[in-house]
Write a protein that binds this ligand. Structure first.
Ligand code: EPU
Length: 424
């Protein structure tokens, strides 16, 4: 078993560059299904989720070549319609092939997806939206099975601005007959990125980045070359990391507007934040002050930064109230952070965190991608050694995390340790 071993005490200092956003990259790969021919994606993160998504597409009939930060997808005229359980269960984003397959092929059979253990993650809005467009959808033996002769444009009002549902309906609507309106659509920068690629492919979309997307369907799209936007969640991880270790980090490769709330909170906490065109610098000479934080759909503070926000609050001066509004199980990592001595009390979707000058190193377990990163950062603020296990979660979202941390001055390494599981 591999673990990340962190010795606390270092202040993160230096420059770091983020690559393309996982949560855009995976959906852009699904979007490649919409056009026959060769799609090329640049600035792709080298993470396991991309490898799994490549395999999902191969099984549907595409030829996929993954090299460094470039992914090339050759989509055939005739696609298979099925995405099987053993792959899909490992990756939430694989549900994003549902809309494109249905639009291109009139049939899709996609297993119920897996993904992080951060709460219930329904598909009702994906399904209701596609049904509104005329699809017949049933649940069969763990699979979502969808049929449609030709999808018809419709007006769809989402109960919640779901990222995945917005993307699936959007990718179905670009090849539907007539106009589709998605109201209460998600506004995340990753949705704007997908809209930009789809528009370059020949789709007609209005309102990208707003709550109302209007899509005029077309008969055919063409493949394109596209560069993925920078990963705001990794960038936000570095921002919190710099502030909580009282460091000085300049992050390149991301639009600071995509982290407006995070950077504003860090400023309120006493950090010195400078924004650049394609990056930002966070400096924090003294112990940060406690601040209250609330996660919300974009442009609110990203739920994916919640573990970093809690880790930050755990070492800030004072008491912070942290509220989670997107996933009902997002606080599952709190027990692990408490092992490091963090004083955290949760009640429903709130956590009260009483900051401590220093945490105390201990063995902890990553419960999901972001919790894993948050625990590593907390380990940097702990006296002694922290060992984070189950780091396959971190590898799903953070390319070269340990190398980048070490380059910023952290005492950190990946080490193989004997597996501590045993059977009675
Ligand atoms: N929801 C439903 N029904 C649906 C769809 C969503 O009830 O049909 C609920 C979910 O259970 C959740 C909320 O709506 O409570 C928001 O879910 P959303 O659909 O917005 O999230 P997602 O598309 O499943 C993506 C990212 C997550 C990120 C969220 C929110 C991908 C692959 N995943 O998930 O990223 O937290 O949006 O921004 O894009 C991560 O990268 O670590 C990660 C978990």
């Amino acid at each position: 078993m591999e673990v990340i071993r962190v010795t606390g005490g270092a202040r993160l200092r230096g420059d770091v560059t983020v690559v393309g956003a996982k949560n855009s990259a995976l959906k852009l790969m699904a979007a490649a299904l919409l056009a026959e021919g060769r799609t090329v994606l640049h600035n792709m993160p080298r993470i396991t989720d991309i490898v799994i998504m490549a395999e999902v597409l191969r099984r549907i009939g595409c030829a996929v070549d993954v090299t460094d930060d470039r992914v090339e997808i050759d989509t055939p005229a005739e696609l298979g319609g099925e995405a099987d359980y053993d792959l899909v269960r490992r990756l939430r984003a694989s549900i994003n092939v549902l809309g494109p397959l249905l639009a291109r092929r009139g049939y899709a059979k996609v297993a119920h997806p897996g993904g992080d253990a951060i709460g219930s993650r329904g598909l009702d809005m994906h399904i209701a939206g596609l049904q509104r467009m005329g699809a017949e959808i049933t649940n069969e033996h763990g699979y979502v099975v969808a049929h449609a002769e030709r999808l018809q444009g419709a007006t769809i009002w989402l109960d919640f601005p779901s990222v995945g549902a917005t993307e699936n309906i959007l990718m179905a609507a670009v090849l539907a007959e007539g106009t589709t309106v998605i109201d209460n659509a998600a506004r995340e920068p990753e949705i704007v990125d997908i809209c930009q690629m789809l528009t370059a492919m020949g789709a007609r979309i209005n309102g990208a980045g707003t709550s109302t997307l209007e899509i005029e369907g077309t008969d055919r799209l063409r493949p394109v070359t596209h560069r993925v936007i920078g990963d705001r969640i990794i960038a936000g991880t570095w921002a919190f990391g710099a502030a909580m270790t009282r460091g000085d980090v300049t992050v390149h490769g991301v639009n600071p507007e995509h982290l407006a709330v995070t950077l504003d909170k860090l400023t309120t906490a006493g950090a010195d934040v400078t924004r650049y065109e394609s990056g930002f610098r966070v400096r924090c000479e003294r112990r940060p002050q406690a601040v209250d934080m609330v996660t919300l759909p974009y442009p609110g503070l990203a739920t994916d930064l919640l573990p970093m926000a809690v880790g930050f609050a755990a070492v800030a001066d004072g008491v912070s109230l942290i509220t989670e509004n997107v996933f009902d199980g997002r606080f599952m990592f709190v027990n692990e952070m408490s092992r490091l001595g963090a004083d955290i009390r949760t009640d429903g979707h709130h956590a009260v965190v009483r900051g401590k000058e220093q945490l105390s190193g201990a063995p902890v377990t990553a419960t999901d991608i972001r919790a894993g990163a948050g625990l590593v950062l907390a380990g940097l603020c702990a006296e002694g050694v922290t060992e984070v296990s189950h780091i396959h979660h971190i590898d799903r979202g953070y390319p070269d995390f340990v190398t980048q941390l070490a380059d910023l001055g952290a005492k950190v390494e990946r080490v193989r340790v004997p597996d501590d599981s045993f059977s009675l």
